[in-house]
Write a protein that binds this ligand. Structure first.
Ligand code: ADP
Ligand code: MG
Length: 566
């Protein structure tokens, strides 16, 4: 029985569609990239599932994407014979925005077209981009190995229908009913050039029909009738398997948009083949901006693992540590058996070795960016610095390398821009200074105006100004750099006397004598509310400040723990 139901989109979907159509219109041909990209992902997933269940191929193992158009009906059809979707999956993936960060995304919209289209690219529009050129989209899909197929249809105006249908071939077929005025896409040449431009190096073929005219001999007799042949339009080369010198910058960038589910060019990338007992190829990209789900624990897109061009998993944490979770791309392992399950991979020593190697490549990439292109690195740091700061906590082995990548604000410039490396700091240390001083606070201005800094400013000693949430965790783990201890200016004895001049020393002694009795009185009044009350030479303008013991939790940390309900 053909069940047909009408369902409402999530309110967000409606809003998103409206916004997207308007803000991406100038770039409308990207709808094809998105649909082809999804078809390619679906083929990858099927190929992997079929490793342990050959029957899923249903006698049709040649995975491909077909592109058709019909001038009379004004439709474009993108179909794949990939994994397909069940009814529930259609409802979950096509009827809702399952992505986290959706709420924050809508909060950040400004109504300004240029800014919003930036944001929408960052959010990733995927399937819905079909509505840029279509006023009705019909998606018919049958999941591999299942009987029931389902048809989803919508005009993108708040509702969609779902019905059970027949579909002999597995996979997904998407028919775009073009809007008035979008007839330019009903053209084989135009479609071919879009495919070449955006989807040339995905790993499966995109095919189109090619009309071959009838052949005639010299007398005009027909020797072969007119016919239609299927022709592969793209190179379908799996870009990462090609050699570097044969790949153009543009090809690298377009491939990134496919694997990275991004709309912008990447910031940089590394492509290399690692030889030895563990052979693998990696093509890893640093995006030019943070995705919306950067802070989401369940974020799904990361580095994809392939084994000899067969997609295995994109379970992010297996291939990149959390602090490099923004890295996108492909790792293709030569020397792993194809019949591994995702579970076995988790314990695989080879995978750990590949992960360790890939991390080194990424760190190397970031190091050379920092060295060769300060401007790029500043962009990178602005987008991903807070994630990198998790590195020393998470990755003990590479702690020193990560420490070198860190950038901070400091009293050297007093600017909120984080551009001081620990090496910069060390190079400016005063004669006799053996510690790296920092102050933590919950905002940059609080850090910059901390009373603890007064004495340091007076003596011309640089102090790092830490005000990101992650900074407390960072300094709890990164206690040393280049043999120098990292010291909070708010903890314990500062031991700055060695920087005092003779004159200052004398003055301080006198002050201490003068205030002996006052100190006694304060101690009596405060009683056991404090551990001790001391004359301090830390302050120059403020009358008093709170100091924690050298081994106590810092005040800022106490505040963070309280906020977290500890
Ligand atoms: P993304 O590709 O970034 O996940 P999309 O909006 O492009 O976002 O697609 C949403 C989801 O819909 C996909 O993750 C996938 O689960 C499903 N999907 C889309 N197109 C297809 C397809 N051709 N075959 C199978 N599943 C698909
Ligand atoms: Mg997609």
């Amino acid at each position: 029985e053909a069940k047909k139901e009408t369902l409402g989109f999530q309110t967000e979907v409606k809003h998103l569609l409206h916004l997207m159509i308007h803000s991406l219109y100038s770039n409308k041909e990207i709808f094809l990239r998105e649909l082809i990209s999804n078809g390619s992902d679906a083929a990858d997933k099927l190929r992997f599932e079929a490793l342990s269940n050959d029957a899923l191929y249903e006698g049709d193992p040649e995975l491909k994407i077909r592109l058709d158009f019909d001038k009379d009906a004004k439709t474009i059809t993108v179909s794949d014979n990939g994994i397909g979707m069940s009814r529930d999956e259609v409802q979950e993936h096509i009827g809702t925005i399952a992505k986290s960060g959706t709420k924050q995304f809508f909060e950040r919209l400004t109504g300004d077209q240029a800014k919003d289209s930036e944001l929408i690219g960052q959010f990733g529009v995927g399937f819905y981009s079909a509505f840029i050129v279509a006023d009705k989209v019909t998606l018919t899909t049958r999941k591999a190995g299942e009987q029931e197929a389902v048809r989803w249809e919508s005009t993108g105006e708040g509702e969609y229908t779902l019905e059970t249908v027949e579909k002999p071939g597995r996979g997904t077929e998407i028919v775009l009913h073009l809007k008035e005025g979008e007839e330019e896409f009903l053209d084989g040449f135009r479609l071919r050039s879009i495919v070449k431009k955006f989807s040339d190096h995905i790993s499966i073929p995109v095919v189109m029909d090619k009309e071959i005219p009838a052949e005639t001999d010299e007398e005009g007799n027909e020797t072969a009738p007119a016919r239609v042949e299927e022709e592969t339009v793209n190179s379908a080369s799996a870009l990462w398997t090609q050699s570097r010198d044969k790949i153009s910058e543009e090809e690298y960038n377009e491939f990134y948009k496919h694997v990275g589910h991004d709309f912008q060019d990447p910031l940089t990338y590394v492509h290399s083949k690692v030889e030895g007992t563990n052979e693998y190829t990696l093509l890893l990209y640093v995006p030019s901006r943070a995705p919306f789900d950067l802070w989401d624990r369940d974020a799904k897109h990361g580095v994809k693992l392939y084994i000899r061009k067969v997609f295995i998993t994109d379970d992010a944490e297996q291939l990149m540590p959390r602090y490099l979770r923004f890295i996108r791309g492909v790792i293709d392992a030569d020397s792993l058996p194809l019949n591994v399950s995702r579970e076995i991979l988790q314990q695989s020593k080879q995978i750990s070795a590949i992960k360790a190697g890939a991390v080194k490549k990424v760190l190397g990439l970031l190091e050379s960016m920092a060295k060769d292109d300060a401007e790029k690195y500043a962009t990178f740091w602005e987008q991903f610095g807070n994630v990198i700061k998790e590195g020393p906590v998470e990755d003990h082995k590479n702690k020193d390398r990560v420490a070198n990548l860190l950038r901070f604000s400091s009293t050297h410039t007093d600017s909120a821009k984080q551009d001081v490396s620990l090496a910069d700091y060390v190079s400016r240390m005063k004669e006799g200074q053996d510690k790296i001083y920092y102050v933590t606070a919950d905002s940059f201005s609080a850090a910059k105006n901390s009373p603890h800094l007064e004495i340091f400013r007076k003596k011309g000693i640089e102090v790092l100004l830490l005000s990101d949430r992650v900074d407390e965790w960072l300094v709890s783990s990164l206690t040393e750099f280049d043999g120098k201890h990292l010291q909070s200016v708010a903890k314990g004895e500062l031991d700055l006397e060695k920087f005092d001049s003779e004159e200052e020393k004398k003055e301080q002694e006198e002050v201490s004598k003068d205030y002996e009795s006052v100190l006694k009185q304060i101690k009596e009044v405060l009683g056991d509310k404090v551990n001790d009350v001391k004359i301090s030479h830390r302050l120059t303008d403020s009358p008093a400040c709170l100091v924690t013991g050298a081994y106590d939790m810092s005040l800022n940390m106490e505040r963070i723990m309280k906020e977290a309900g500890q």
